[in-house]
Design a protein around this ligand. Structure first.
Ligand code: TPP
Length: 610
């Protein structure tokens, strides 16, 4: 069928199982075609095609509320709710979001991007529903990876003893971005490979329907007699499953059961991540979880890597390889992002020196803080995901003046993931905490210098920021040690001062050199503490001074400079060029910079017009 004609999911009510299966094939082809052009979360969406169709067939959206945890796997839901025509703009500036968005459709009731919020959200919806004595259903679709987080468990704990009737659909593909971790995963593994599931699957192929049904019923009975109670039963839910998440008939049957239950329900659905696209189906490392544009025939990425260039994550992981070789008392703690943090090779080389704790950011910080009593710890964490561990940074780590090295990955404007993933708040929420330093290199040599400083000289915990971009790899260049806060000065006989750090410094240096502009440049490697010797020279110059940062304007480096002026009773004309106090949407860095006048031309125009 032509997916572009779909206006809402109502049409599903009239389709037979055969037609629903045909629709599944059409949707899979569409997803592969479209995502190969735009990039996006391919594997997770291919895994939930039948499940999402079945949910929309059985439930009545938008009256029934369907909340996808994270929301990265909501593409099929978008197609069924009339948004197929917008897929060419997926994750692009002004285009379709890669997650559920309330403004996009009446079928999106909740927004996310970070994991493990869906069960909490439908807990709230359930209380609202029950207080108004209404009868609609609240459904959370949660992956096995996202279930690991404390936030999911807090919500299960609340719901399990309530008189509410939420439906939690556990989409179990035995993977987080890459492999899933922890005891819960082992428990799910056991349930997944339970005799019941294996038997039911096998029997369906061979047995007449009435015998098959009898067998399933008997198996369920035996399960009850044997007191084979699952963790979900113990938590107060009626548990059903595991069922085959690609078998439409079974899905429809169990979703109907869940719909008619007057208790909290967990329906355990087993799916195959990447189903229907071989490279994604076979992938265990997470390469196909989220992809850039690719050639769908070969599976190869369209964008070629430049020679001697690597992502900042990979540059950092190269340093960690070198550091691990020399230090036995060293561990990396990573919350679920091994591939994204460039640590796949590290994990293979030093399996004993890396612990993946799953999507458990607050745990990762508290855990690392405790480990730091006897070990050197590196904790790479995406800037926006660290938001979840703020209290552990304050309460557990810095308050006790324990020292770890944090790699703040995806710092700054991130691109297609948009507002939930922008790495623009970490400076603001770390800067005001005592006993922490914040630094950012602008090239690989500085990264190595700063990591040396962090491990060998820093007295406190230290956050080393780096962006999602690429830069030239470290090629064994010699370097001087950094022993104290440093801003590098590039005097250009300037009539203005421009202070920047990281990639922003690099792009402005290039632009100023190419255009031979008379602007003095400062590369602020240290955001906290500042290099006060250099700052005092800047103040002495009394030139109009601009501070460029791709973080929120509130409480960044620019604010620190203004605070210093206030503390020391000095004055200087300072203008902060940073992001405004609004949530920053998805779009390429270039488009976002342009929109907020942080592109090179706008910046120079602002400076020269001052
Ligand atoms: C708080 C937080 N940490 C990390 C991530 C990155 N992330 C996005 S999806 C995902 C894996 C989710 O696994 P699962 O819930 O099993 O869904 P699947 O993609 O396998 O269907 C992770 C770690 C995130 N979105 N939010």
């Amino acid at each position: 069928m032509n997916l572009l004609d779909i206006k809402d999911p109502q049409f599903l009510k009239d389709l037979s199982v055969k037609e629903l299966n045909e629709l599944s094939s059409d949707i899979r082809s569409f997803l592969i075609d479209e995502i190969s052009k735009t990039g996006g979360h391919l594997a997770s969406n291919l895994g939930v095609v039948e499940l999402t169709i079945a949910i929309h067939k059985v439930f009545n959206s938008p009256i029934d509320r369907i909340v996808f945890d994270v929301g990265h796997q909501s593409y099929v839901h978008k197609i069924l709710t009339g948004r197929a025509k917008d897929f060419s703009s997926l994750r692009q500036f002004n285009g379709l979001s890669g997650y559920q968005k309330v403004d996009e459709s009446v079928h999106d009731h909740w927004e996310a991007g970070h994991s493990s919020t869906a069960i909490s959200a439908i807990s709230g919806f359930e209380v609202l529903r029950s207080e108004k004595n209404e009868n609609y259903k609240n459904i959370a679709v949660v992956g096995d990876g996202s279930l690991n987080s404390g936030l999911s468990f807090e919500a299960l704990n609340f719901l399990g003893h309530s008189k509410l009737k939420p439906i939690i659909i556990l989409n179990d593909n035995d993977q987080s971005i890459s492999k899933n971790v922890g005891r819960l995963n082992k428990i799910l593994n056991k349930m997944r490979s339970s005799k019941f599931y294996a038997m039911a699957k096998k029997s369906r192929r061979r047995l007449p329907k009435f015998i098959y049904n009898l067998k399933v019923r008997t198996a369920n009975m035996i399960r009850g007699f044997a007191n084979n109670i699952t963790i979900f039963d113990e938590l107060g839910f009626s548990y059903y499953g595991p069922i085959d998440g690609h078998d439409m008939k079974t899905l429809l049957k169990f979703l109907e059961i869940a719909k008619n239950k007057n208790k909290p329900v967990v329906l355990h659905v087993v799916t195959t991540k990447g189903k229907g696209y071989k490279p994604a189906e076979e992938d265990q490392s997470g390469l196909w979880h989220g992809v850039g544009p690719f050639n769908k025939d070969t599976g190869l990425p369209i964008q070629k890597k430049e020679d001697n260039q690597a992502s900042w994550s990979n540059i950092v992981s190269d340093y960690m390889m070198h550091y691990a070789k020399k230090h036995d008392d060293f561990k990396i703690i990573v919350p679920a992002m091994i591939l994204g943090s460039g640590l796949s090779d590290f994990e293979e080389t030093y399996p004993d020196k890396l612990i993946d704790v799953g999507i458990c950011e607050s745990f990762s910080v508290c855990f690392s803080a405790a480990l730091s009593k006897d070990l050197q710890v590196f904790l790479p964490i995406y800037s926006s995901f660290l938001q979840r561990a703020y209290d552990q940074v304050v309460h557990d780590l810095t308050r006790q003046n324990l020292k770890i090295v944090m790699g703040i990955d995806r710092a700054g404007v991130v691109g297609g993931d948009g507002d939930t993933h922008q790495g623009i708040y970490d400076i603001a929420f770390l800067k005001h905490i005592p006993n922490i330093e914040i630094v950012q290199p602008s090239n690989a040599v500085e990264a190595w210098q700063l990591f040396d400083y962090a491990f060998h000289h820093a007295k406190h915990s230290i956050a080393i920021r780096y962006s999602r971009n690429s830069t030239k790899i470290y090629m064994n260049e010699n370097y001087e040690p950094i022993l104290k806060p440093l801003w590098k000065t590039y005097l250009n006989d300037g009539q203005y001062n421009l202070i920047a750090y990281g990639d922003n410094f690099v792009r402005m240096q290039k632009y100023i050199e190419e255009n031979q502009l008379k602007i003095n440049l400062y590369n602020a490697l240290f955001i906290k503490p500042m290099d006060l010797d250099t700052l005092n020279l800047i103040i002495k110059s009394q030139l109009p001074t601009f501070v460029l940062e791709d973080v929120t304007k509130i409480s960044g480096l620019g604010s620190s400079i203004l605070e210093y002026l206030s503390d020391t009773d000095q004055s200087l004309k300072v203008k902060i060029l940073a992001l405004p106090d609004v949530f920053i949407e998805h779009g390429s860095q270039k488009e976002i910079y342009k929109k907020y006048q942080l592109d090179e031309e706008s910046i120079i125009q602002t400076i020269l017009q001052s």
